[in-house]
Design a protein around this ligand. Structure first.
Ligand SMILES: Nc1ncnc2c1ncn2[C@@H]1O[C@H](COP(=O)(O)OP(=O)(O)O)[C@@H](O)[C@H]1O
Ligand SMILES: [Mg+2]
Length: 296
C-alpha cells in the first residue's frame, strides 16, 4: 500500500510553509477571523489510530471544508469517535492511544514537535455525547475556559453573553446566570456546552453524537444551531443517525469495520463525499448497503 506521509513530516508541499514545531499562533483575543481564508480547515493524511497493539481505524484520508458541517457515520465500533478525538489530540488523554499519519490544522501538523496540545484543543473545541456542564453556575461554565487558557478578555460579562447568544441559549438563561448549570434541561445543558466551547474562540467544533441523549425537540434546536454556527465555525459531527447526517451536513464520511484473518476488527474510511451524493448515489457498495439499511 502506498504510504505517502510519514508521521515525522511536519510540512508537506501543498501546505503553507510553517516552521516545524511552531506553536499555533493565532492571538487569543481575536474575535473575528478573516473570512477569506481558503483551503480546508483540517486534513487527515493516511491516519491510523491504535489502542496499544490494536489498530482501531485506518485509511483515514479526509479534508474538512471550512464553514461546513461534515458528518462521520458508520456502524458502532468503526472508529468514528476515535477519528474525531484524533482531530484535536483528545486521544492523548487515553493511555495507550497512538496516532500515525498526519493531521493538519491550518497547515500545521498538530502532532508536530513543540505544538501545544492545550492550544490545539482550544482552537478545535469539542462537545460530547452526554451534556457535561461543570457543577458551577451558568456564568462560570462559560468563563472557565477563557480563564484557564489565560485568554486576554476585556469584559468577561460580554464574552459570556456573546457565547450564550451564539449557542442560542441566552434568552433562556440571561436571568439566572448565577444559578447552577446542572438545573438546566438536557437540551439546554448541551447548548451550554456548545457555548462553553465557543467561549474560547475556536475555529472548529467537534461534536460526538451531541443529540443522542436529547429528545426530538431539543435535537431539532441543536440541528438548527449547527447550521447557524457554520457562519463562523467549521463543524465535524459524529452521528449514528443517518437522517441527522442528511439533514445537517454538507459532506459525509462513511466508515465501516472489517475483521482481519485473526478476527481483529479494524475500522476504515470507505467513502467521503458530498452528503447529497452519499445518500443518493454513493460510489461504494458498502455505503449503499449501509444507507439503505441492509447492514449495520
Ligand atoms: N479508550 C479506548 N481504549 C481501547 N480501545 C478503544 C477505546 N475507545 C475505542 N476503542 C476501540 O476502538 C474501536 C473504535 O471505537 P470507537 O471509536 O468508539 O467507535 P465508534 O465511535 O464508531 O462507535 C473499537 O474497537 C473500540 O473498542
Ligand atoms: Mg462513538
Amino acid at each position: 500500500m502506498a504510504h505517502a506521509t510519514s508521521p515525522n513530516t511536519h510540512v508537506s508541499a501543498d501546505a503553507p510553509q510553517k516552521t516545524p514545531g511552531l506553536h499555533l499562533d493565532v492571538a487569543h483575543a481575536k474575535a473575528s477571523r478573516p473570512a477569506s481564508r481558503s483551503g480546508p480547515a483540517i486534513t487527515c493524511d493516511d491516519v491510523k489510530v491504535f489502542y496499544k497493539q490494536h489498530l482501531a481505524v485506518r485509511d483515514v484520508n479526509l479534508s474538512f471544508a471550512r464553514n461546513e458541517v461534515s458528518a462521520l457515520i458508520g456502524p458502532s465500533g468503526c472508529g468514528k469517535s476515535t477519528v474525531l478525538r484524533s482531530l484535536n489530540r483528545m486521544n492523548d488523554l487515553i493511555p495507550g492511544a497512538r496516532v500515525e499519519g498526519m493531521v493538519r490544522f491550518e497547515g500545521t501538523d498538530i502532532y508536530g514537535e513543540g505544538v501545544d496540545a492545550t492550544e490545539v484543543r482550544r482552537r478545535i473545541g469539542m462537545v460530547f455525547q452526554k451534556p457535561n456542564p461543570f457543577p458551577k453556575s451558568i456564568y462560570e461554565n462559560i468563563a472557565y475556559g477563557p480563564r484557564v487558557t489565560k485568554m486576554q478578555v476585556d469584559n468577561m460579562d460580554d464574552l459570556v453573553e456573546e457565547a450564550l447568544r451564539k449557542a442560542a441559549i441566552w434568552d433562556e438563561v440571561k436571568g439566572k446566570l448565577k444559578e447552577s448549570a446542572l438545573a438546566l434541561s438536557g437540551g439546554q445543558q448541551q447548548r451550554l456546552c456548545i457555548a462553553r466551547a465557543i467561549a474560547t474562540k475556536p475555529q472548529v467544533i467537534l461534536m460526538d453524537e451531541p443529540c443522542s441523549a436529547l429528545d426530538p425537540i431539543a435535537t431539532l434546536k441543536i440541528e438548527d444551531l449547527m447550521e447557524e454556527l457554520t457562519k463562523e465555525f467549521t463543524i465535524i459531527i459524529v452521528t449514528h443517525n443517518m437522517q441527522q447526517a442528511a439533514r445537517v451536513s454538507q459532506r459525509t464520511a462513511f466508515f465501516t469495520a472489517e475483521a482481519d484473518e485473526h478476527g481483529d476488527r479494524t475500522g476504515r474510511l470507505v467513502e467521503y463525499d458530498e452528503t447529497a451524493k452519499m445518500f443518493s448515489n454513493p460510489n461504494d457498495q458498502r455505503t449503499e448497503d449501509y444507507i439503505s439499511g441492509r447492514f449495520g
